[in-house]
Design a binder for this molecule. Sequence first.
Ligand SMILES: [Zn+2]
Length: 399
Amino acid sequence: MFQMEITRKIEELKDEMVDSLKRFISINSVNPVFGGPGEKEKADWLEELLKKMGYTVERHDTKDQNGIWRSNLLAIIPGRDRSKTLWIVTHIDTVPPGDLSLWETDPFIPVVKDDRVYGRGAEDNGGSMIASIYAGKALMELDVVPEYNFGLALVADEEAGSEYGIQYLIEKGVFRPDDMFLVPDAGNKKGDFIEIAEKSILWFKVTVNGKQGHASRPKTTENALRKGAQIITELDETLHRKFSEKDELFDEPLSTFEPTRSEKTVDNVNTVPGRFVFYFDCRVLPRYDLEDVLSTVKSVLDGRGAELEVVVKQPAPDPTPADSDLVVKLSSVLKSLRNLEVRVGGIGGGTCAAFFRKKGWPAVVWSTIEETAHQPNEYRKISHMVEDAKVFALLGVER
Ligand SMILES: [Zn+2]
């Protein structure tokens, strides 16, 4: 019964939403782990915006190991049933712009072109955050009391492990086991995919040791870069061959093993490097044990003067049940609003949802996006943001 009113109200709010997304982009909140200033300045602005709209706002800031303030915000609209909260969880931090020469515009100066807003954080995760904020604003302006408490969690540190963000909030006990969690931080162009499962994540670092020397006298050296290149190729081949099963529940049905980062070797071309460091990002189907993956890595490295270090090891939590309340509600809203038949499945993982699932709390990842996160010229479609805001608002009133 609210569908028409909510749809109309959200459309009225479109220009404000675009302005707010532009503001989101213009305040640098690159995660300090990647050399950025962190979330505080953006959180100051968001706190003011939320309070002005009428949300009840709680702020949970904490200092990280380097003494930098990391800011989290909770914003609530009380519901008819106050024993439960439907949380929409988005993150304030972003990744760095990367290679600036690949950007057509300044990553921190928002540009609106046709149906798109360009800038770092436009998709990951600004567009969804703004959509969730305005979904609540629409409910308040229409004087609609949500079915359960309508809660927004705007969190820090998602891009670097969530220690000062969602993990900090969970430890502080701000969420309750009966709550529901929607994490609009992955998705597809149609918005017909609801993520309920994820893969295990393994990041590892390998340091290859050799002997540095003049490149014209290779016999007196041991080239760590060449050794490393051979090891990378072998790891790549061995891991893909050994862990090759498919699971069609997942959007990428295979486990993935990607060499991603390497550290700088020497400054000059005529020196053979004596040390080479590289990293792998592995997303492994839950049926495999990460310990088996690690022992395979070790067997490749064995006896080759290479050291292994595990950077991140997160075994996949149990999936959110496909018949859980939130999945059912979201499917029914998408059916009535967009006439969509949704698919329910898994992705590579790595969102805030993992931490809720670990607790056994139902968490769902969903949004309508073009998948430009972490890329140069990242953008969010305005129409996607507006349509997703309608979904969030309707979820708030869905029984
Ligand atoms: Zn994200």
